[in-house]
Design a protein around this ligand. Structure first.
Ligand SMILES: [Zn+2]
Length: 46
């Protein structure tokens, strides 16, 4: 399981809702969370 860094939910890694940032893959519970991450990834990876 991975953690959605936007809302803190546990999410399956078996999803298309993911983004790569600085060599790491981040997974999301919804397209809303993914869009939020893509808008400002630095805010959520520090
Ligand atoms: Zn989420």
């Amino acid at each position: 399981m991975a953690k959605d860094v936007i809302c803190g939910m546990k999410v399956s890694e078996n999803t298309d809702l993911k983004s790569n940032f600085q060599g790491k893959t981040y997974y999301f519970c919804s397209s809303h969370c993914k869009a939020e991450f893509d808008k400002n990834p630095l805010k959520y990876t520090r």
